[in-house]
Design a protein around this ligand. Sequence first.
Ligand SMILES: C[S@@+](CC[C@H](N)C(=O)[O-])C[C@H]1O[C@@H](n2cnc3c(N)ncnc32)[C@H](O)[C@@H]1O
Length: 444
Amino acid sequence: MKPSPSPSPRPAGRRPDKGRPDRRGGKVAPDPTRDIAFDIIEGVIVHRRMLDTSLDHSVAARTAEPRDRAAGHRLAATVLRHMGTANEVLSPFLKREPPEPVRVVLLIGVAQLLFLDTPAHAAVATSVALARRRGLVPFAGLVNAVLRRVAAGGTQALEGLDQARLDVPPWLWQSWGKLARPIARALGHEPPLDLTIRPDAEAPPGGEVMPGGSVRFAAGAVKVVDLPGFAEGAFWVQDMAASLPARLLAAQPGERVADLCAAPGGKTAQLAFTGAEVFAIEREGRRIERLRANLARLGLSGVKVIHEDAAQWRPDAPLDAILLDAPCSATGTIRRHPDAMWIKRPRDITTMTEGQDRLLAASRDMLRPGGRVVYAVCSLQPEEGEQRALAAAAMGLVPDPFTPEELAFLPQARTPEGWLRTHPGMLADHGGMDGFFAARFRRA
Ligand SMILES: C[S@@+](CC[C@H](N)C(=O)[O-])C[C@H]1O[C@@H](n2cnc3c(N)ncnc32)[C@H](O)[C@@H]1O
């Protein structure tokens, strides 16, 4: 399996740096890509920081070229996607547990040998150099010996391994029940790029039109800012599954509609293009800026952006409809954020469900009688999806299941209760989709 291109050890067109002496006085060539990958993986598995936060903390990333940052990010994501398998491959060669930083170097080496196109000699040599740059000189011999042995065995090392199972923490695997294997298989791949096209615009050429209307490009095939129509706001990036909750709310022109957790605004934009009067509520100041910028690019100046906690905010008159895209564990987006698998804990889910119930109760109180709310989460966890639908009903919200006609374009996503459940293994031959749960209720 080779999901992403090889990171370039030294980008073309850059003058090679002179390097700095290692602890033995020899010169070590700079290699920002692998330094950044090291910082990210150490940040995730040792300090339990999210990938993006680890990248922000990376000293190597501060002075790196954008291209090296991107390559380091991609290499780190590949390690995190295949970490269980890589550790399994390493285990016969390690008589005792190496220090964490040494394991990080070994993981970077194995990912290049088994999951990327890096030539074996380069994967081994750059890992030994990385160990030296990181002050792990006493372990350079171990890194060299282990990776040479992995390289000698090649991809045969993967035969007989249950990679899908190894690459998912056991508590998550169990929580996904029968869906665990198809989900886990899909997590090994970089996700494609999906666009939602504004109703009056043309899609950029070359994409695949997906059920529901999203336009899809293969991972890494295009740069979104270079696509024709980007500057004019003809489309925005949104996974096909993420486009479904707003679509299923079916806001009508002139309706008063709130998007309670709005930033960065993909669903706000969908609601605004229906002609509804849209209130976009967002609690985080920095995310509000992003929301405003995204709406401005799309020319959606009529949206009322409100910086407030949606659990406290109340409209001046009852609403016709609400989209509650609640904050959640985001396990449905692990394809994009493989770090989340190794950072989240079961107790994080419980913490989220309390906030989800508060927002559901607030939604109920904002609606006019008969008004509707679509509750959605980008989570694969039943506690945040199916179990919250039961909680909503217990709060007096009346279930209003999605009909087979409403989901005729993706019938496999309709549950027996009439809710929406997507997961990364759905439409796997076409690149899959994020995991989402959505359910609709009415105020009595
Ligand atoms: C899942 S994201 C929403 C994604 C967004 N709906 C979209 O489609 O682009 C959740 C957002 O809700 C915001 N949020 C979380 N709790 C909130 C609250 N109590 N009130 C308002 N916004 C909240 C977070 O800051 C975050 O921006």
